[in-house]
Design a protein. Structure first.
Length: 410
């Protein structure tokens, strides 16, 4: 696709300005991510209340990603016909229902897992919808930073979840934290802009209908990248689910562990914003930049394993900052790289890669929990380092092939 055509597809902002688009996309992303991240930050309190161990925690968190993985591709297609804002509103309402259900109806691990499946479905609808909304409403030259901002909503959720431990969970209880999060999701659904397609969106939809899809080379590249994305997300999902439990086992207090999760979220936000800002100043090479960040993240996971094994409390904070900044700061850049190649089918393309990410979210916490339960947290962090290194290798191989696959034109 020509630079001019790409600018038209992303540059006509229509009736909503840049700030409105960014706030709506970020708020929607936070609303659907809250169930999973609250589970990680409040894991100690929830496990004590419902009586299950770290192995069961990994399995329960995995159900969130099972629901998301199953729905990512079909909901990615549905978004392009239904419209981004409509799907964002539906997903926000669904997340609000889930959060309130988690707060007031969860009395055993089975119910907890069932609610997390539904939370995954809401997330599967929100992610491609928010991606489509941004690519259709924002200028091309700002989209790298914009996707960094949007994906920063995910670590922001981790920060909010971490702050909820001393602020809410240790005073009012973990159920109150979920209840307040549900109220936030309802507010997001109510305040989203009214659905209204711009001329650029109408042209993009018509172009996608004319092309009929993506060629085989493009599909294969997406599925290979989905594997790499899944391995990277496996590490990040286990990181957010088990960091608090790991540092508590290493001797840190519960309140301090919650604050550490919050600090990690802030570090990840800085990493994603920096990666997006730099992407807007490059003409390409985004996937290779992702591969480099994953490789550095792998080394940081190894450092975290050493800190955990040796109980080097003085090094926990700097290592966690590096892990979150680089090892979890690549997500927004990855999504931007995919959308930059598939601009006429962004929701569909990111639906495919999100499938890999969701499956990674299934196996990451589950495998981590099993290793931690039968061996140690240090061994589990080593496993994450291996997964992140494999993700870096796969992404680098695809990037080096230099096959910038475009949407097929008749």
């Amino acid at each position: 696709m020509s630079r001019r055509a790409r600018s038209e597809s992303g540059g006509d902002r229509g009736h909503q300005g840049t700030s409105t688009v960014l706030v709506a996309s970020a708020a929607g992303t936070v609303a659907v991510a809250l169930p999973a991240f609250l589970m990680g930050a409040l894991a100690v309190q929830i496990r004590q209340s419902l009586h299950f161990g770290p192995g069961a925690l990994g399995l329960i968190v995995a159900f969130y990603y099972v629901g998301a993985a199953a729905a990512s591709v079909p909901l990615g297609r549905l978004v392009e016909s239904l419209g981004a804002l409509r799907m964002m509103r539906i997903a926000s309402i669904a997340s609000a229902v889930v959060l309130e259900g988690l707060a007031w109806t969860t009395h055993n691990p089975a119910v907890l897992a069932a609610w997390l499946v539904l939370a995954g479905l809401a997330s599967a609808g929100m992610q491609p919808a928010a991606n489509l909304y941004m690519v259709r409403r924002l200028p091309l030259g700002r989209q790298g930073l914009a996707f960094g901002l949007k994906q920063s909503a995910v670590p922001l959720t981790a920060t909010l979840a971490g702050l909820s431990v001393p602020a809410v969970a240790l005073t009012l209880g973990w159920r109150a934290a979920f209840g307040l999060a549900g109220a936030f999701a309802i507010a997001v659904a109510v305040t989203l802009p009214r659905p209204r397609r711009t001329r650029a969106e109408q042209r993009a939809v018509a172009a996608a209908e004319r092309t009929g899809g993506v060629d085989n080379t493009g599909r294969r590249a997406l599925w290979v990248l989905a594997i790499g994305f899944g391995l990277g997300v496996a590490s990040a999902a286990a990181l957010t689910a088990f960091l608090a439990s790991s540092v508590v086992a290493a001797g840190m207090g519960r309140a301090a562990a919650g604050l550490l999760v919050a600090l990690g979220g802030i570090a990840a936000i800085c990493g994603r914003l920096t990666a997006g800002w730099m992407a807007d100043r490059r003409s390409g090479g985004h996937l290779m930049a992702v591969a480099c960040m994953l490789a550095i993240g792998s080394a940081a996971y190894l450092a975290l394993a050493l800190v955990s094994y040796q109980r080097l409390a003085v090094l926990i904070v700097p290592v966690v900052i590096v892990v979150f900044t680089v090892g979890w700061g690549w997500n927004g850049l990855f999504n931007f790289a995919i959308i930059d190649q598939y601009r006429e089918r962004p929701a569909w393309a990111t639906g495919i890669t999100q499938t890999g990410g969701r499956l990674g979210g299934v196996f990451g916490p589950f495998v981590f929990g099993q290793i931690a339960n039968h061996a140690s947290y240090g061994a589990a962090w080593v496993a994450l380092a291996v997964a992140s290194a494999a993700a870096a290798t796969i992404t680098a191989i695809v990037a080096r092939r230099g096959r910038r696959t475009e949407v097929a034109h008749p």
